[in-house]
Design a protein. Structure first.
Lengths: 79, 400
């Protein structure tokens, strides 16, 4: 799946977690802008993992701070 | 200069605001005198202990105390050395023998604390390129073991068998896999569906480590823990445990049937690079473990206590962490930290000590009053405790 299609799927997946309706760009951060706590992160990561049938390990998550980095990581993880 | 402590400012502020309400600092209590496994003097008041994990009440067992005194006389106050150098005394071997018998396993390795047992075993056996699959509600020592090692870390939703299985199946072919579970989760006192989880872990080629810190001595026909109770202990590769709960002293251990297990003593850094337990501690632990093998009457009484407290608190209108009593831990869920601290203080004034647990140690950012029962709590004490909870709960407005 290319970046655009991946981004579109992730945009749909993030919606229920974006409770404040923050406008999302590649630079949007999960901890800062979206105010995700650790539980939200777990549920959101699980939703992405299940949808794309991938694993995003804690080690990889540590490198992902913003939305653009997440999309890039998911593109890469799909191989 | 950047103040390295500025990262703690939010916590300092939370603490300041809490104490500004006039509440007693819940994290600064001093036990002035300890009368028995269930009673201590706090702020000059006789206080029932309901938050000490002293499940089997072994801390004042006469045989245990005598063994400790004898070891002090015979071996001195400390070993001043690592287990692999000058720190292995006869008592360290003896306690490892007691553990092997207790669990009916081939190998036992004793660490200076339970924290170090998890830290050491997990970080050492799961290396670069391996995968650790663990429950998101795992204890801090498990997480720290993951962080210290070089393995890939994959958490799954608490006790969610399907979430665990999906993640196991996505791990690349040929990679080493370690599934880390706990028998009893200490925050809510709930147990894991180990039988199904371990079966699935094995089907997917994973080794299994189970932390039985909060079940040893109490759960299972021989007190070996939740895995024994569910009939799947034989499929557990590594059991982690502690001496600081049912055993009644301090120390940690790993027992295993892995044929190469003994190599751990040379490669596990939290085992090698620290001083071993004092002779008196290993002597009390060995004596206590051997007595726990014959503790079935105490186990029965502890279950009675747990059931009575769980039902009484529910009937009084408190919200509890589990629908049914599953262990010797009963967690009472508080609406927020302020009222949790107020309730904690009201209980202390009544003469009852429980643990106040707050985020980030708790799941779902809950504030909990965690009660851990002891086999030495009398039936009367449990009724007294229920009365204290009811009065304090009404005074603070937690129940009607």
């Amino acid at each position: 799946m290319d970046r655009a299609a991946t981004a579109e799927k992730i945009a749909a997946l993030i919606e229920p977690f974006n409770k404040k309706g923050v406008a999302i760009s590649d630079a949007t951060t999960f901890a800062g802008d979206l105010e995700f706590d650790s539980l939200t992160v777990m549920d959101f990561v699980a939703a992405i993992e299940d949808d794309f049938d991938i694993i995003i390990t804690m080690n990889q998550q540590a490198e992902i701070e913003n939305y653009g980095q997440l999309v890039d990581a998911v593109v890469k993880l799909q191989g | 200069m950047t103040d390295l402590f500025s990262k703690f400012d939010p916590l300092i502020e939370t603490r300041r605001a809490l104490l500004a309400t006039g509440v007693t600092d819940p994290f600064n209590l001093v036990m002035e005198r300890v009368v028995s496994p269930t009673v201590a003097m706090c702020n000059g008041r006789e206080t029932i202990l309901l938050g000490t994990y002293n499940y089997m009440g072994m801390t004042f067992d006469p045989d245990v105390i005598e063994a400790g005194k004898q070891a002090l006389d015979d071996f001195g106050s400390g070993t001043t050395g690592s287990r692999v150098l000058n720190g292995t005394y006869a008592g360290h071997r003896a306690v490892e023998e007691a553990l092997k018998e207790f669990y009916a396993m081939d190998h036992a390795m004793v660490f200076s604390t339970g924290y170090q047992a998890n830290l050491g075993i997990i970080s050492t056996i799961a290396g670069k390129g391996d995968y650790i699959v663990l429950d998101i509600d795992s204890h801090a020592s498990i997480w720290d073991g993951c962080k210290m090692g070089d393995a890939e870390v994959v958490p799954f939703k608490h006790n969610d068998i399907e979430a665990m299985e999906k993640r196991l199946k996505r791990i690349p072919e040929g990679a080493g896999k370690l599934v880390v579970l706990e028998g009893v989760y200490s925050m809510l006192g709930d147990i894991a569906p180990l039988k199904d989880m371990i079966r699935i872990a094995k089907e997917n080629g994973a080794m299994v480590l189970v932390d039985e810190a909060h079940s040893m001595g109490f759960i299972g026909p021989n007190g070996r823990g939740v895995a024994e109770d569910q009939g799947c202990l034989d499929d557990v590769d590594f059991v982690i445990g502690t001496f600081s709960k049912s055993v009644g002293t301090v120390g940690g251990f790993c027992v295993s049937n892995h044929p190469k297990f003994e190599i751990m003593r040379l490669v596990c850094r939290p085992y090698v690079f620290t001083a071993s337990l004092p002779p008196s501690v290993v002597a009390t632990a060995a004596t206590s473990i051997r007595k726990l093998m014959h503790g079935s009457n105490k186990r029965t009484h502890l279950w009675e206590n747990s059931k009575t407290l769980h039902k009484g608190l529910r009937d009084a209108g408190f919200t509890l962490g589990t629908e049914t009593p599953q262990s010797a831990i009963i967690a009472v869920i508080m609406p927020d930290l302020e009222r949790g601290a107020a309730m904690w203080e009201a209980l202390l004034r009544e003469g009852l000590y429980v643990n106040l647990a707050r985020p980030p140690a708790t799941p779902a950012n809950m504030t909990l009053l965690r009660c851990s029962l002891c086999a030495e709590h009398s039936a009367e004490q449990v009724q007294t405790i229920l009365g204290m909870f009811e009065r304090a709960g009404k005074a603070v407005g937690i129940i009607d």
